[in-house]
Design a protein around this ligand. Structure first.
Ligand code: PLP
Length: 436
């Protein structure tokens, strides 16, 4: 505390309990993002949280230090009740984690240095030798690779099923996984989903997965879901039976293509084993990135809403264009089963979709090279519109047969719509299509 402080006994300077309700009305996440989890009184009145660049924290007393370490090491359940060391947690990350929990209606959240760090630490926390992971397909290529190549080194195997599978198909997959686990002398340790799948936008029926899991495996086997493409606005998986929601915060949540980070959220009992492993391995988000993410969370609803509206207008234009063969856009689903999942699970169609051009790679490349506003880059969810060619870029390492199975054809362009002016974007796509 500096001598700039007003009398610390003044009521204006006392820490205030946080307001989350007014007249019985629960405040919405977009309101809570401006202050949740941070009291300016604790930081010289600074309206915004400072960035706490420190590796370690001073204990008020030796007894406090002991108590904190009992929490960190798991000797006492519930985790640390104070700050200890920045590999475990720190103020900016705690504020970020509190705010991320709000969006997903989760009890707890953990932040990581990237989406892949979150996914790898999550899986390592739950998988033991000879276990089986059940997962939907397609997954983000690095997630699929981590299961198939890295966890395989520890005797962990997997069974996958296509996104969009019916309850009967999921039942059969879980039965197969259970047998496989028995034969290996392990258990089914996790059901891992990604919905919608990339780049096809195929949706997983989370409710059917939950019912099948409850029937076949009981509730000790967690269902985790990568919600990067629709979260936190357009899909709320914890309300449909998922236990753990996973994000690459690099995408919509960060939203400005200027940082890399990840998170998971869910009930404390699901977070605790992951927190323990993160304490050991590291991989927590750094304070500067956590601060940037808190800034991003203040506008996430605005940005996603605008991007979603833009995508609807652009897709309306593209769907009528003679050089377009089709669109993989959640606002224009052709399949009744997929539409049913969408209606039950989704609150918006998102702003990331695939565009199928008439032709193949050559036509796609001419289209991509002609774009003037949209940037030619992988990733998604940023303020700017991006376009890429999965078959020759993000999914180049996927075997040709598997690529065909996943619907990743040579005439598929992946587009993530940003928050530019919608008519400007339409003009850009129109002139690029003319060049094809
Ligand atoms: C980008 C992405 C990831 C990986 O996240 P990073 O932040 O790049 O590590 C995982 N899942 C999905 C669906 C993604 O789009």
């Amino acid at each position: 505390m500096s001598d700039h402080d007003i009398d610390p006994t003044s009521p204006r300077m006392a820490p205030k309990p946080e307001v989350t309700k007014i007249n019985g009305r629960e405040l919405k996440p977009s309101t809570l993002m401006m202050g949740h989890g941070f009291d300016p009184v604790l930081s010289e009145g600074s309206l915004k949280a400072p960035i706490f660049l420190t590796s370690t924290f001073a204990f008020p007393s030796a007894a406090d230090g002991k108590r904190h370490f009992e929490g960190i090491t798991g000797k006492r359940p519930g985790g640390a009740d104070g700050l200890v060391y920045s590999r475990f947690n720190a103020p900016n990350q705690e504020i970020l984690e509190d705010r991320l929990s709000v969006w997903d209606g989760a009890e707890d959240a953990l932040s990581f240095s990237s989406g892949m760090t979150a996914i790898c630490v999550l899986m390592l926390a739950y998988a033991s030798q000879n276990d089986v992971i059940v997962h939907s397909g397609p997954l983000y290529a690095a997630s699929e690779g981590f299961v198939a190549k890295i966890l395989a080194k520890f005797g962990v195997t997997y069974v996958d099923f296509p996104a969009g599978a019916t309850r009967e198909q999921i039942d059969a997959v879980l039965e197969k996984a259970r047998k496989q686990a028995d034969e290996q002398g392990g258990k089914v340790c996790m059901v891992y989903l990604e919905s919608p799948g990339n780049p096809t936008n195929a949706l997983v029926d989370i409710e059917a997965v939950r019912d099948a899991r409850n029937a076949a495996l009981g509730e000790d086997c967690p269902i985790a879901i990568d919600n990067t493409f629709l979260g936190p606005l357009w899909q709320r998986p914890l309300e449909h039976g998922a236990d753990i929601v996973v994000y690459s915060l690099t995408k919509y949540v960060g939203g400005h293509s200027d940082l890399v980070a990840g998170s998971i959220a869910g009930a404390k009992k699901w977070m605790d084993p992951v927190r323990m492993l993160r304490n050991t391995m590291g991989g927590i988000c750094d304070p500067n990135t956590a601060w940037m993410l808190c800034r991003s969370l203040e506008t996430v609803e605005l940005r996603m809403s605008r991007a979603g509206e833009n995508a609807a207008k652009v897709c309306d234009f593209l769907s009528k264009h003679p050089k377009v063969e089709g669109l993989g856009y959640l606002g224009m689903i052709k399949d009744a089963r997929q539409q049913d999942i969408y209606d039950r699970h989704c609150l918006g169609a998102g702003s990331t979709f695939s565009l199928l051009l008439k032709g193949g790679e050559a036509e796609c490349f001419r289209f991509l090279d002609s774009l003037k506003i949209a940037k030619l880059a992988v990733s998604l969810g940023g303020t700017e519109t991006l376009a890429s060619h999965p078959a020759s870029m993000t999914h180049l390492s996927v075997a040709e047969g598997r690529r065909a199975e996943l619907g990743i054809s040579d005439n598929l362009v992946r587009i993530s719509i940003g928050i530019e002016d919608a008519d400007d974007l339409i003009a850009d796509f129109e002139q690029a299509l003319e060049a094809v």
